[in-house]
Design a protein around this ligand. Structure first.
Ligand SMILES: Nc1nc2c(ncn2[C@@H]2O[C@H](COP(=O)(O)OP(=O)(O)OP(=O)(O)O)[C@@H](O)[C@H]2O)c(=O)[nH]1
Ligand SMILES: [Mg+2]
Length: 413
């Protein structure tokens, strides 16, 4: 039975087309292959062209398009995926020339996000990004594709329907933005509450597939979905984590970054990505086995910069050292771990402890017995050095952060 079903599912056979302008584009083709697989396509070939600039009409040269056409005939491919974001005109021209469906890198990433989205917020964010992508491209997507059949991004209005469609999309964008605004308010409220509780927030950031979710799973009981595909995680998960000093933090897993991350997607996911902006420190998880590690580090740094989170205290966490023969030495800001094999996590926890609680002071308090909730609060958020039960209350000597000292200033001896 299963076999029959499998036979009925038509796997899209894709040819990748890439214009190479610089070295970084070369690695991004490998990545495009991974993205295509993640989206469920079978990659049957690739056509690459070195260029100085992108062709305004055809993305690559017209002659090269002919080559793609031969390739399609030889492999029976039914999908062409281009490695950059294309205009509606480019999409239409290439589709006219090739007679198969053409999508670009952005549309591919949007498609993966659409498949992955689980939460209401995630789904709305993806839909918003898709509509904003589609709006200026209605001509390219609308005319030829209706003839060319189903699959990713193929709903095809005729030219006469164009204006109604535009209006419809604009209205839908407005409606989604309104709903997202409500969700964002709620998220801000939660964040405010957490902040009032003074529990520091540690956000895990990094390139997609670096092992961010594996790390939060290794450190807590979060049980986040882990997979060797791109963008396994879209919704942030937060958990309480107790550090070696006994103090608590909230640790948050986040959506991964990728080069050429579609602008509309960044915009749409801003409130999710902003987890990083409001964190006290960042853990930048880096896959040390990745060929183009430095490039990926730069991509992450740039996204952090765009989010206004570049100045945060940051720990660089090099992951997957179980696959290395030689492991470099840890220092203050560079920690080497394996989330999967749980190697080096004690050192990491100690480093988080040190970085989060840099401004701590040793302070003595006397907390009356009637103020038991303040006492509990201190126990949870400070490192207790000594405590004695006296007549007038509990004497506590503890290492505290400035904000906690301020909050409990009435009880300082
Ligand atoms: N060998 C090895 N593999 C690891 C390690 N940590 C994670 N992985 C693998 O790397 C892949 C990606 O892991 P995830 O934890 O899903 O990565 P992520 O950064 O959350 O990825 P996205 O959510 O897709 O951005 C999975 O196949 C993991 O099993 C590690 O320490 N060693
Ligand atoms: Mg993940």
């Amino acid at each position: 039975m299963e076999k029959i079903i499998n036979n009925n599912i038509e796997v899209e056979k894709a040819i990748l087309v890439a214009a190479i302008l610089n070295d970084s584009d070369k690695e991004s083709i490998e990545e495009l292959k991974e993205l295509a697989k993640t989206a469920g396509a079978e990659v049957v070939g690739e056509v690459i062209q070195q260029r100085h600039v992108i062709d305004k009409a055809f993305y690559i040269g017209r002659g090269k398009i002919e080559e793609v056409k031969h390739y399609i005939d030889a492999t029976n491919a039914n999908l062409v995926i281009c490695n950059d974001e294309l205009s509606g005109i480019q999409l239409k021209n290439i589709e006219d020339a090739l007679g198969v469906k053409v999508i670009d890198r952005t549309n591919l990433i949007l498609d993966i996000f659409a498949k992955r989205a689980r939460s209401k917020e995630g789904m709305l964010q993806v839909e918003l990004a898709q509509l904003k992508y589609r709006l200026p491209r209605l001509i390219g997507i609308g005319t030829e594709l209706s003839r060319l059949g189903g699959g990713i991004g193929t709903r095809g209005p005729g030219e006469t329907k164009l204006e109604t469609d535009r209006r419809h999309i604009r209205n839908r964008i407005k409606a989604i933005e309104k709903q997202l605004d409500e969700i964002k308010k709620h998220r801000n409220l939660l964040r405010e509450r957490r902040r009032k509780n003074e529990i520091p927030i540690v956000a895990i950031v990094g390139y997609t597939n670096a092992g961010k979710s594996s790390l939060i799973n290794a450190l807590t009981d979060a049980n986040v979905y882990v997979e060797d595909k791109l963008f396994a995680t879209l919704d942030p998960t937060s958990r309480r984590l107790t550090l070696p000093s006994g103090r608590n933090v909230i640790i948050t897993d986040t959506v991964g970054f990728i080069r050429k991350l579609p602008h509309d997607l960044v915009e749409a996911f801003k409130s999710t990505l902003e987890e990083a902006k409001y964190a006290d420190i960042l853990l930048h998880v880096i896959d040390i086995t990745s060929k183009d590690m430095e490039e990926k580090i730069k991509v992450v740094q740039n996204v952090l910069y765009d989010l206004g989170a570049a100045e945060k205290p940051i720990l660089n966490v090099y992951n997957k050292i179980d696959l290395l023969d030689f492991v470099p030495q840890n220092d203050d800001k560079h920690i080497y771990i394996s989330a999967k094999e749980k190697i080096g996590l004690d050192v990491l926890l100690k480093a988080i402890d040190d970085l989060v609680f840099t401004d701590v002071e040793i302070i003595e308090f006397n907390i009356p017995y009637k103020n038991i909730s303040e006492y509990n609060y201190l126990k949870e958020n400070a490192k207790i050095i000594e405590e004695k039960y006296g007549e007038k209350g509990i004497y506590v000597k503890a290492e505290v952060r400035p904000s906690i000292k301020y909050k409990l200033k009435g009880f300082i001896l």
